[in-house]
Design a protein around this ligand. Sequence first.
Ligand SMILES: *Cc1c(COP(=O)(O)O)cnc(C)c1O
Length: 439
Amino acid sequence: MAFPLYEKDQKTLSKLQNLRFFPLAVTGGNGSYVIAEDGRKLLDLSASWGAASLGHGHPAFVAAITAAAANPAGASILSAASAPAIRLGERLLALTPGTGERRVWLGHSGSDANETVARAVVAATGRKRLIAFTGAYHGGTAGSMAVSGHSAQEGSDKAEGLSLVPYPDPYRPFADDPTGAALLDQIEELLAGPCPGEETAAFFIEPIQSDGGLIVPPPGFFKRLAEICARYGILTVSDEVKVGMGRTGRLHCYMHEDFTPDIVVCGKGLGGGVPISAVIGPASILDFAVCFSMQTLHGNAISCGASHAVLDTIETEKLIDNAATVGGHLLNSLESLKEKHAEIGEVRGRGLAIGVELVTDRETKEPAKKLAAKVVYRAFELGLVVYYVGMNSNVLELTPPLTLSAAEADEAVAIISDAISDAAAGRVDDAKLKGFEGW
Ligand SMILES: *Cc1c(COP(=O)(O)O)cnc(C)c1O
């Protein structure tokens, strides 16, 4: 196959921003499908890493950003308040349980939101230490990489007071304890010793660790972790950037866990495909100073319009229920593929955030990294967009539009099954992977 548009991209746009798995050049999109340069309609099970939460070209989204562009309430909230931004803040506060005076900070991306939180919690509390999980991806800017623990960012500078602890992973458990209790003991020891709890400002969590391998924590883990944090006055920060906004069958993913984080970070799906992020948290943190975290286009009227369309459509089309039911169906169908494909070690997820971990051997759980690269490449050839994640680069990650139908889910499962068969049988040439190192 020839990909002239893709080749032009490689000669024109910077590779610093590339994380490529196959030569896809997109020229348009509709619903759950993107159109490739050769005119093929590809079923999009990534939705640009979950950002296109309403799918592509949803009429409510188009109407909202068109209206916002036609009569914009300014372009920024730095030096003038703006009606759509205020209303978005009010809606996010109403949708996010919490106590005390709270505020909403609006940014452009998950990265700037997490960076702002990391800086603000330290500055506002005077506590210098932070904790995050190994495998965590909190963003791609210096300040968000500084609190991340993903292998793709090895060599990036970490925050001075950062401690990383293992993520509670029932499939590859810490100290052979899939309940996470041994890990909680370890965290207690950390806070009583080398990373004193009284000096720790915040604990960053992902309620499902997505880029680290779509890992679903054991039940009760985060509730107990939040109790430990509360004892020391450590703020819990739930990074909902990928798995929030209805994706898991609840509005916020932490809502599965029976605890209330102090700070909630939203991004990706919040904008339905345009840049916007939000931090919801205590006024003591988010109001502690002025001019502390400023970029010109905060609260941009078009971005806010898009977010209103996302929140409206989640309600009118019952997309949280759809994520739960279609996601449940997708999970079950993928689970049943295990009978046919010994390469599938585990299928896990919640709602429309699903991971398929590929291994060379179910006993040893040896990660099948190269196979994962070939499976996603083959899926692309067969008409499906799906990428892989994980510290071992071996977990297919499914974060489709929240509007996905059961029939589309079935189409995706059939292609994934064929792609695994073809890749495992050696029908994907090694040479094709050149230039598609992924991460
Ligand atoms: C993608 C992601 C981010 C960073 O968001 P950007 O929009 O890429 O800046 C932060 N946290 C999580 C959990 C993410 O998945």
